[in-house]
Design a binder for this molecule. Structure first.
Ligand code: ADP
Ligand code: MG
Length: 146
């Protein structure tokens, strides 16, 4: 298994996307990547870079108002979840929705994973990514692989 990576600083969205592309190269179907960080830290930007590297060509945008988007045009089916809207608690939502997105034949990226608390059991978390603002366009990106 790969070892935990130290933090890296990026100076642009493109640099963050390039880091994400590097991680994407290690991902296999069934892998889940948890992406945390404040609003605007670059979570969706990171997922965009990873999805592109997995062959997704259609625009990758924030799924905040739909909870999940699916991309089927890459080398592996990709799900992109944003749990921000589920802050009231996953129990009230349809759990089978997440089962479909977090399926063994897909690679899934989950923004705001902390909202789920213990509500995402049995997942194969391949990496935990954390993004932090460092001022202007600088971000600290920490990629912890399993
Ligand atoms: P989040 O999903 O965490 O709310 P987004 O990825 O939607 O954040 O937005 C991050 C914004 O910050 C984008 O407009 C992006 O272009 C910009 N940005 C500037 N510098 C960086 C960087 N180093 N890494 C990622 N995004 C950056
Ligand atoms: Mg986002």
């Amino acid at each position: 298994m790969p070892t935990a990576s130290p933090s890296t600083e990026t100076a642009s969205a493109e640099e963050t996307e390039a880091l994400a592309a590097g991680l994407a190269g290690t991902l296999a179907p069934g892998d889940v990547v948890l992406v945390s960080g404040d609003l605007g830290a670059g979570k969706t930007t990171f997922v965009r870079g990873a999805a592109r590297a997995l062959g997704v060509r259609v625009p990758v945008t924030s799924p905040t108002f739909t909870i999940a988007r699916r991309y089927e045009d890459g080398r592996v089916p990709v799900s992109h979840l944003d749990l921000f809207r589920l802050a009231e608690g996953l129990e009230d939502e349809e759990p089978e929705l997440l089962d479909d997105e977090l399926a063994p034949d897909r690679v899934a990226f989950v923004e705001w994973p902390e909202v789920a608390g213990g509500g995402l059991p049995g997942l194969h978390v391949a990496a935990r990514v954390h993004l932090e603002h460092l001022g202007g366009d600088r971000r600290r990106v920490t990629i912890e692989t399993a």
